[in-house]
Design a protein around this ligand. Structure first.
Ligand SMILES: *Cc1c(COP(=O)(O)O)cnc(C)c1O
Length: 427
């Protein structure tokens, strides 16, 4: 069957809402129609037309080693000949759980699920059960998956001119929302609702509405207020966990939240999420405790074994600092190109994440600090580099991901292509 992306998209529109199985994939945000890809290896994606792209989306974060890393691939093939799903007790989830709880001491217990959304959903359920309170505080622009009560002023596919809400969601009166980077509003919300807040949930590195690196003092203040009001602190590390440090942002900030949620990197490219924290909270979960959570395909052997192989390789080869250096020097070179060709764009990075945005003279820490012309400028750049064979996540509000497979040579060629794009399509 030989088809091009346009034909496949037209067919998809007939059988799937918006033609996609997750909104950002539709290229709506970049005002275009999607490319269909048939294969991926290392740093590269191959379209159905046979064109190769350097992939800086990497499935929106899970693939920290790149597509089909050879060491992980060996384990996956072995697993295919072993078992596809057990639905029983097995040793593989135990090995991953032991690795995580050994590495991150304050995560005393962990439970595996199949997505970040599920992990967050359960963390909130535990928080409400543990505190006997109902309210949850979240921050504008933070994305915590598509769980109803958190689809309020959320990022990811809901990011746009302002953070929006989803239709079809009710009973969100228990969700309180305030901007990031605003100590005064934070204090006020605790003053008014402090004794009703079960938990505060935050992406300690907000990366679903651009990359909004927070001041350490802001998160410290947040920790202090949750403690003094008896609310739980939940770090949503679905994107930052095992990527910015093996212990995530919690390790970098030296803050131990009560509960943490993981996803993306933890499954090595397979559908895995997890929630963890202090044993006394995790023991509220069935069959130990009264909070119910279950899953037919939970702790699937592909995800458990690919995840552990990924994490062990990252540790053994000390991959995180190398990725950080790579990302920093790549970003520096791109910023030099933006200057050289007088483009009003800028790239900011944190560890192996980066964000291309319209130029600002101050770091952007909350969604209202994002320049108004940002989307227009990003979209133009997105299409100019796409033609050159560089694939960025198709939205001005998604971040880019550096992987282990982005070799110096690949990055050098990428910079040449970006220079061609800026020279040719320069406006
Ligand atoms: C991706 C993401 C989620 C949702 O995870 P899914 O696996 O897509 O359900 C939740 N929180 C954060 C911070 C994320 O980046």
């Amino acid at each position: 069957m030989k088809s091009n992306s346009e034909e496949l998209f037209q067919r998809s529109l007939k059988v799937t809402p918006g033609g996609v199985h997750s909104p950002v994939r539709a290229f709506k945000s970049v005002e275009s129609t999607p490319i269909f890809f048939k294969q991926a290896q290392g740093a590269f994606l191959t379209s159905v037309e046979g064109k190769e792209y350097v992939d800086f989306c990497q499935s929106f974060g899970p693939l920290i080693l790149g597509h089909r890393d050879p060491d992980v691939s060996r384990i996956v093939k072995e697993t295919a000949d072993m078992a596809w799903s057990f639905g029983t007790c097995e040793p593989y989830s135990l090995e991953l759980a032991e690795w995580i709880t050994n590495k991150i001491k304050w995560v005393e217990k962990v439970r595996f699920v199949c997505s970040g959304t599920e992990a967050v959903m359960t963390a909130l359920r535990i928080a409400r059960a543990a505190t006997n309170r109902s309210k949850i505080l979240k921050f504008e622009g933070c994305y915590h998956g598509h769980f109803d009560s958190l689809l309020v002023k959320a990022g990811s596919g809901l990011a746009g001119d302002s953070a929006s809400d989803s239709a079809g969601v009710t009973n969100v009166s228990d969700t309180l929302t305030i901007p990031l980077d605003d100590e005064e509003k934070l204090e006020n919300v605790f003053k008014t609702h402090g004794d009703q807040i079960a938990a505060v949930i935050i992406e300690p590195l907000p990366a679903n509405y651009g990359l909004l690196v927070q001041r350490k003092e802001f998160i410290q203040k947040l920790e202090k207020l949750t403690r003094s009001h008896g609310a739980l602190l939940i770090f949503d590390e679905v994107i930052s966990g095992f990527r910015v440090a093996l212990g995530g942002m919690a390790e970098i900030l030296k803050i131990e939240p009560d509960l943490v949620t993981y996803g993306k990197v933890i499954g090595g490219g397979f559908p895995v999420g997890a929630y963890g924290g202090k044993a006394k909270l995790l023991d509220l979960i069935a069959p130990q405790g009264p909070v119910y959570q279950a899953g037919t395909l939970s702790a699937n052997p592909f995800g458990m074994r690919a995840g552990l192989a990924t994490l062990m390789k990252m540790e053994n080869e000390n991959i995180i600092p190398t990725l950080q250096k790579k990302t920093e020097s790549f970003s520096k070179s791109i910023n030099e190109l933006f200057e050289k060709y007088s483009h009003d764009l800028q790239i900011s990075s944190f560890a192996s994440l980066f964000w291309i945005h319209s130029r600002t003279n101050k770091p952007v820490r909350s969604i209202d600090q994002i320049p108004k012309d940002h989307k227009k400028k990003f979209n133009q750049f997105f299409h100019n580099v796409l033609v050159q064979g560089i694939y960025l996540a198709p939205s001005a509000y998604e971040v880019g991901f550096m992987s282990w497979a982005h070799s110096d040579e690949v990055l050098y060629r990428t910079l040449e292509k970006i220079e061609t794009a800026l020279r040719g399509g320069g406006r």
